[in-house]
Ligand binder design. Structure first.
Ligand code: GSY
Length: 394
């Protein structure tokens, strides 16, 4: 089965806009991602109410023309009446984009010709397909848009969260959630009476990993209340007993709550699994998510720890060696940043330069002789790791 990515744009400014959009998205086949919901003044047309807009991403076998039929069926189901061109409507559904397909016919043009003129299309589109929007896209100053929520959880301003475990990660999550305008954030210690968590509060467990399972057991199961944990190496299985269980691990370092909150809102990535509440929270924070099944989460977390903590440990060696001679440190940090970029673009084998790549054993021996003996063990371990990359050994 060959599927293609397709993007549809939806808008509504008449009737129960949230319900109309929810019903429409629920009836569209092959939806794999839903953007945040944005509210804005109408662009063009007569005086009319504000629109809610969103974009959905599909992985589908349908062609652009078949998708147009899907769009029309949605509009008919919403009892859309075409009274006035550019006028108010219960529902508008457009085919914006289908990977690899262009259509130029009287009733269908794909890519949609006005896609990149409209902030109400480009911003939600960036949530679900950032590569499609041009990097240099300029937001028209007369098209102001505000993010108002996520489709299934509803408007942000009515939502509340209870965070169990107010350490660095818990406080960072709390501050970020306050900044996106949720109604309330309440903190609980893991030994507090967790019966006090309200049934309308989304629960986030941010305790040390070892306490997550016990805390989850102490939280009463409430039908339809999502319970999330933010532990990177644990699966959703530790939340057994909660029907709407999910894992949401932010792939970023949170050295202080304030820095963590800032990073959580700065185009962050989240490793998620379980209930859709995890993806909705990621989207609500303006971030992006990827799915990691329970059986892969420990390996996923190991990779995250190597990319963050172990790189820091390695830079600790750079710090010590550069501190033992008279050189500025900035050139070495620049070198480290370019090494990361090179691996990301070329892969490790092509990115590897230096004495190991050249097979220059004499230089390696000169390094070992010059280093403080306490540094040699780590240096040798990394020479062995570099050889493995050079030889492309699995
Ligand atoms: O093209 C879709 C309908 N439409 C919209 C819309 O969806 N959102 C906003 N903000 N303005 C609009 N003007 C028209 S027409």
């Amino acid at each position: 089965m060959v599927t293609t990515r397709a993007l549809l744009g939806l808008g509504s400014n008449l009737g129960d806009r949230w319900k109309l959009l929810r019903d429409a998205v629920g009836s569209i086949p092959d939806v794999v991602a839903v953007s945040s919901v944005y509210e804005s003044d109408p662009v063009g047309g007569p005086e009319q109410g504000q629109f809610l807009n969103l974009v959905v991403r599909l992985e589908t076998e349908r062609s652009a023309r078949e998708l147009l039929e899907v769009c029309q069926r949605c509009e008919e189901a919403a009892e859309r009446v075409r009274v006035e061109r550019w006028g108010p409507r219960t529902l508008d559904v457009d085919v914006l984009w289908v990977d690899g397909e262009t259509v130029d016919e009287p009733d269908l043009i794909v890519p949609h010709p006005r896609t990149f003129e409209r902030a109400f299309v480009v911003l939600p589109l960036r949530d679900v397909a950032p590569d499609v929007a041009p990097d240099d896209w300029e937001h028209p100053s007369d098209q102001q848009l505000r993010r108002v929520g996520t489709l299934f959880a509803g408007p942000d301003e009515g939502r509340s969260v209870a965070i169990v475990g107010p350490g660095r990660a818990g406080q960072a999550m709390g501050q970020a959630i306050e900044q996106i305008g949720w109604a309330s954030v309440r903190y609980f210690g893991r030994n507090d009476d967790l019966d006090g968590i309200r049934s309308d509060e989304l629960v986030i467990i941010a305790t040390p990993d070892a306490a997550v399972a016990d805390v989850a057991t102490a939280i009463p199961e409430v039908e339809d209340r999502p319970v999330l944990h933010v532990a990177g190496s644990l699966g959703v299985d530790v939340l057994a007993g909660h029907r709407r269980a999910a894992a949401l691990h932010p792939v970023l370092a949170m050295p202080t709550p304030a820095i963590g909150a800032h990073r959580l809102l700065d185009d962050a990535w989240f490793a998620i699994c379980g209930d859709r509440a995890a993806d909705e929270l990621a989207v609500a924070m303006g971030g992006r998510s990827f799915w990691v099944e329970d059986h892969d989460r420990a390996a996923y977390h190991a990779a995250a720890v190597v990319a963050s903590n172990h790189v820091t440990a390695l830079l600790g060696q750079v710090w010590r060696i550069t501190g033992s001679i008279v050189v500025p440190r900035e050139p070495f940090f620049r070198l480290a940043r370019s090494a990361i970029d090179n691996v990301a673009t070329l892969g490790p084998q092509k990115a590897l330069t230096g004495p190991v790549a050249r097979g220059d054993h004499e230089t390696i021996e000169r390094h070992r002789a010059a280093l403080d003996p306490s540094e040699v063990e780590l240096y040798d371990a990394l020479v062995a790791a570099a050889l493995r990359v050079k030889d492309n050994r699995p």
